[in-house]
Design a protein around this ligand. Sequence first.
Ligand code: BGP
Length: 490
Amino acid sequence: MYHEKLEKFPQNFLWGAASAAYQIEGGWNSDGKGPSIWDQFTKIPGKTFQGTNGDIAVDHYNRYKEDVKLMADMGLKAYRFSLAWSRILPDGSGEINEKGLAFYENLINELIKHNIEPVLTLYHWDIPQALQDRYNGWESRQVIDDFDNYARILFKRFKDKVKYWVSFNEQNVFTALGYRWEAHPPNLSDVKKMFEANHIINLANAKAINSFHELVPDGLIGPSFGYGPMYSFNCEPENVLATLNGEEFQNHWWLDVYVNGKYPKATFKQLVKLGVAPTVEEGDLQLLQSAKPDFLGVNYYHGGTVRANEIEFPSGDNDAGLEKSFEATDPYLMKPKEEQAQTPEKRMFSNVSNPFLEKTKWGWEIDPVGIRIALRRLQNRYDLPMMITENGLGAFDDLTNERTIEDDYRIEYLRGHIIEIQKAITDGVDLIGYCAWSFTDLLSWLNGYQKRYGFVYIDRDEKDEKALERIPKKSYFWYKSVIATNGQNL
Ligand code: BGP
């Protein structure tokens, strides 16, 4: 695609930055907050880097005014943050904790006072521990009403102040890490449970979106999906087919449900054969189809490269052979054949490294062009307005003797991605805004405080909170000028 001249960013483009409650707030039991699954999980030895947790995090709960002031001085147009469900409903349902709600109301008022558009995420991974204990959280259909109740409290309270709402953050990531890889709470490795919980989350998402449209007709709501476009390793047709499978299994499996209320057929059939497909009850698909998001939130860090799996399957490998291993004919009653069922993608594709891309210190591919590919593919397939709700570089930062942070590498990363976004806009993509991850440094879920993403340095480390001083980095001043010139000074 050739453009003689790139188009300007739209007027009112939302130049933003993002965060999540558990990663910044601290105050884990302040003012009546109940524990979330993360409060419990991070205390299990060996689960997080050097045993770090969000008990204090970067103390945003007590310092939000200082943080909003830094946003205002930067000229930030939008700030995406999440609410901790257990701050508002310590028990998950029942009595509202007014003090918890007041914290968010004050934060929102402070943002509005400084002309910063709040982008409110309902759920960024921290379900109340009480609901986990009561009925295993997302594994039970009871959670659908409880989540809706929580969401409705917020819709009613903030409908006149908040226009942009995100329902779920990276459902693909928290279900996989929580139910398959034992890396997030609830710390399980059970693929069947992952697909079951995921389906229930889809229903909770749909129900809450319907409530939103009833209660906040002028607002916009959508999920934030962790999207990574799939590339074929090469042009060998088997690999191209595998890439199709990869895109379906890793991405369309969620996005098709959000937008069209349907699971992609090929993947669903595979899961049925393996006995790990979710239980779809009567009425589920109608609910899913009734709740279309108004926009798609896109979290982009990197994509993935795919080729056909070269593993040897048992002789005569085919679906007939596979089916013999099941005891029942009703797909929902089939017993998963362990090894196959725990790795359902094995027959569809395998992930390989991309020789053209460099990686961050944590092994994440750096691929600015991928953000343009992502936006183009999503626009074509779903045709909804989009917002980049996360994108950024995790890096070690050094505090110099002059107490500055010269993070040119972060500027280079962000600049590269923003240029590709501008190209995507010029291509015709409908993009509302861009929220870099993150505004201040914060707790990386599993990587402690040393993996930093912020425009603002927070002077603390794993062992010592120190004074939690806020120090704007070089990238802060760079982004300030990007915003001031609406993307002309990159
Ligand atoms: C996304 C999450 C964010 C954030 C980011 C960086 O998946 O939505 O909450 O953590 O990734 O991840 P990490 O801290 O693991 O580098």
